[in-house]
Design a protein around this ligand. Structure first.
Ligand code: ADP
Ligand code: MG
Length: 257
């Protein structure tokens, strides 16, 4: 198989909300089987980049390709974990119930989950150490356990490319450590992890590759080459990073929706 089959490729990608660009002319290659941290200040376009891969945003220019295909044609390969605050943690559902949702897209209409589906769910629960918690309501879990439940759902889906939006946000030190272990093991097994990461030092020590952006691309490639003082300075001190100034009001006042 030519190498291009195993590359997630952004070619001149622009995404706009109304007239405001959230991503502008992004060109980057992401090797599959790597773990890539998407980094940049608040409002840099990290979430937009992940959602664009799923085909949720029309591209104003450019294209995104997975190997030789559009990723939307390969959706079962892609699993998405939204930012924590977008999930309703009080929804009455068990751990197993959430993980079973990973199988829904693969079920034919009116078909009940097969033994194969159940086996995949059991395996995902086991891999993430959730077997004992399978019948618990998700609202009863710690933040780290909840995050693992959604990783298990992604695994049960049978995906090999994982798009994680700020998976470390809101986790304590122990849960952060645990999650870095899981993601490193996944990458070592040839799974592709693409995660929006706020903490640059955490990214430096736990990801093989990086994409640093602030609407436009600052740098992409092996993590050490991306996270140079100069690149960090360019992404965080110049351009559109006014949102990150703690003395400024929330950015929602600047970007009417
Ligand atoms: P990040 O995840 O890096 O914080 P986002 O991708 O969420 O950045 O946002 C990039 C830019 O697009 C920001 O300026 C943000 O305010 C704006 N934006 C994000 N989502 C929307 C939306 N649904 N409508 C309008 N503007 C949006
Ligand atoms: Mg975001």
């Amino acid at each position: 198989m030519p190498a291009s089959h195993n590359i997630l490729r952004f070619l001149n990608v622009t995404v706009r909300y109304g007239r405001t660009p959230a991503l502008e002319a992004i060109t980057a290659d992401i090797p599959c089987g790597s773990s890539t941290a998407i980094m940049g200040p608040n409002g840099a376009g990290k979430s937009t980049l992940l959602r664009a891969i799923l085909g949720w945003h029309a591209l104003a220019t450019g294209e995104i390709r997975l190997g030789d295909a559009h990723p939307q044609h390969l959706l079962p390969r892609l699993a998405y974990l939204p930012q924590r605050h977008t999930i309703d943690w009080d929804f009455p559902i068990t751990v197993r119930g959430v993980v079973e949702q990973g199988r829904y897209p693969s079920l034919k209409i009116f078909r009940r989950p097969s033994p194969h589906d159940h086996a995949l769910v059991d395996r995902a629960l086991d891999e993430l150490g959730l077997t004992e918690l399978a019948d618990r309501q998700i609202r009863m879990l710690s933040g780290g356990q909840q995050q693992r439940v959604f990783l298990a759902r992604a695994l049960a889906q049978g995906a090999d490319i994982f798009l994680l939006d700020e998976p470390f946000a809101g986790l304590d030190l122990f849960a952060t450590e645990e999650l870095t272990h899981i993601l490193r093991a996944w990458a070592a097994q040839g799974r592709t992890v693409l995660a929006a990461v706020h903490d640059l030092e955490l990214a430096r020590h736990n990801f093989t590759h990086g994409v640093l952006l602030n609407t436009t691309l600052t740098a992409a490639g092996p993590i050490a080459a991306v996270l140079t003082p100069d690149n960090i300075d360019r992404a965080f001190r110049h351009g559109h990073c006014v949102h990150d100034d703690p003395l400024r009001p929330a950015r929602s006042t600047e970007f009417p929706r």
